[in-house]
Ligand binder design. Structure first.
Ligand code: NAP
Length: 326
């Protein structure tokens, strides 16, 4: 697969987001299916695997990824995150999210950073994390202090590259002044533009952008007509029955464009993203080997400038109902 640079880290243009493999996020899934999905991603060349200590209870997702890559660790660029799975007994601070439940909590105090990393290393069954992200900046801790502690992990050889997730351009600049940041991971897709100040800062500093939920939590693949019990999208305003129906109607012209091009809507959404910047990569999540191979193939799709213009016009008319998640 084609590769791209996130700072000094080379990764495939399409990676794999493992969050979908923990139960209760996109509905039910068992671990055997989850492990097969990770291996399908590696087989398809999507060897940049993204997880977090906060996906699933008790490090479930990291542990699953660790088992799935066992024996193939050298092939993999392993990325994980910390800050939201706060150790028991430690305080945490709230930050607002667009889900119906309203807030999540974070603790990114420097004194906890090594403990987080050691727990993730144990969960993953590895002795080094290739890309280690702060999952969300702690409103009670200057980002410089958190990143200072993350830099210690690099010096100690526990972590190779540093990343930040869900940050602003200003936070990226402040953090980068303490230690080079290889990647920022923010939501970016056809229905969620990236903040222009963040993109400008990333370009200027040489940080790559890892686009989370690049398929709009599955919506942009074009076949979500309802969300069932145990699916976290039930809390997301864009997926309420009324909004989902309206959004599907308004998205139809983009879906039709994919049909015209002889590719799937998911591939169009991913290829479009890769054409936005030379240093953007996507980490779609999927439980389904056929979808995983389809998504990986999007790395090789070239969109003609006329096509990009048609997509741009269709997206300008695509008015989304329901607020964003973060
Ligand atoms: N940093 C953060 O705060 C943050 C937040 C959210 C997500 N993330 C990262 O981003 C990754 C991806 O995000 P995500 O999983 O939320 O959303 P996504 O990748 O936009 O969408 C995943 C959904 O799309 C469906 N899908 C995937 N490929 C498909 C295809 N070719 N055709 C039809 N349906 C397809 C999947 O269903 P199937 O299983 O049926 O294929 C799944 O329901 C996560 O795994 C996580 O690593 C990070």
């Amino acid at each position: 697969m084609k590769t791209r640079e996130l700072g000094n880290l080379r990764v495939p243009a399409i990676g794999f987001g493992a969050m979908v493999l923990s139960p209760g996020i996109y509905g039910d899934i068992d671990d055997a299916r989850g492990e097969r999905a990770v291996r399908a991603a590696l087989d398809a060349g999507a060897v940049h695997v993204d997880t977090s200590d906060a996906y699933g209870p008790g490090g479930h997702n990291e542990k699953l990824v660790g088992r799935a890559v066992k024996g193939r660790r050298e092939e993999v660029v392993l990325a994980t995150k910390f800050g939201l799975a706060v150790p028991e007994g430690e305080e945490s601070r709230p930050f607002p999210v667009g889900y119906a439940f309203g807030e999540l909590r974070v603790n990114a105090e420097p004194r906890l950073v090594r403990r987080y990393a050691e727990r993730s290393l144990a969960n993953l069954g590895t002795d080094v994390i290739d890309l280690y992200y702060l999952h969300y900046p702690d409103p009670g801790v200057p980002i410089e202090e958190t990143v200072g502690a993350m830099a210690e992990l690099v010096r100690a050889g526990l972590v190779r590259h540093l990343g930040l997730s869900n940050v602003t351009g200003e936070q990226l600049r402040r953090a980068h002044a303490v230690h080079p940041i290889a990647a920022v991971q923010n939501e970016w897709s056809m229905w969620r533009p990236i903040d222009s100040g963040l993109l400008a800062a990333a370009r200027e500093l040489g940080a790559g952008v890892v686009a989370w939920s690049p398929l709009g939590s599955g919506f942009l693949a074009g076949s979500v007509s309802e969300v069932g019990e145990g699916d976290f999208r039930r809390h997301a305003p864009r997926f309420s029955a009324e909004n989902l129906a309206a959004n599907n109607d308004r998205y139809a012209p983009v879906r039709d464009l994919a049909v015209d091009l002889g590719i799937t809507p998911a591939q169009l959404a991913l290829a479009w993203l890769l054409h936005q910047d030379d240093h953007v990569v996507a980490i779609p999540g999927s439980r389904t080997p056929g979808h995983i191979a389809e998504n990986a193939a999007a790395a090789d799709i070239t969109l003609h400038p006329d096509t990009l213009e048609r997509i741009g016009k269709a997206l300008a008319r695509f008015e989304v109902s329901g607020g964003t998640l973060l």
